[in-house]
Design a protein around this ligand. Sequence first.
Ligand code: ASP
Length: 208
Amino acid sequence: MHGPSQRAGSVAALEGFVSPIKAARAVMETTAHVMFVGEGAAALAAERGLECVADPAAWYTHAGGGQDRTGEELATGTVGCVAMDETGALAAATSTAGIFGKPLGRVGDCPVLGAGVWADPRVAVSCTGAGEMFLRAAAAAQVAHRVRFGGESLADAALAALAEVKALGGEGGLIALTADGQVTLPYNSAGMKRAALMPDGTFLCDVF
Ligand code: ASP
């Protein structure tokens, strides 16, 4: 999602492509629509020449098979990014394989604008965690709207949105930034792999 214009692209139930984010971007940049799913998303990605996963066995990591487990909990695999360019334009992107053991056809928060991803001229947000509760809380848009309409700081807005997710029975985290340079990376899950590169070159990177 591109903040200044609030143009957006999204794909769900897409298999077999190396970069779902590139597919989402192709939706945004080359169609008059916002969201494509399943076969239609795959056809669009193929038409635009996006790279396919040539060898699935070598490409995919089985859920729970990696080193990144906390206790008995299965690791999740969402990757999100929020960014500001040199003109102050914000953007956000979120990509996931979903949650472990999800039923066929289940779509989480990541491809849903306002739930797992959001960018407007003022705020960009990318979320990870229990997608159903992020959907029900409209978590990403909630952060932006708390800042815009409620006058909250970005950090307060993010904590409040995560508290609502928690009250609904879910946990997770988010990364967010504002066009005036506020950055926040809170979580209420056991940990969240996160990193931030600040304009002065400072680099933050942490898990717990
Ligand atoms: N939010 C994702 C989902 O519910 C999962 C994750 O963040 O790992 O599909």
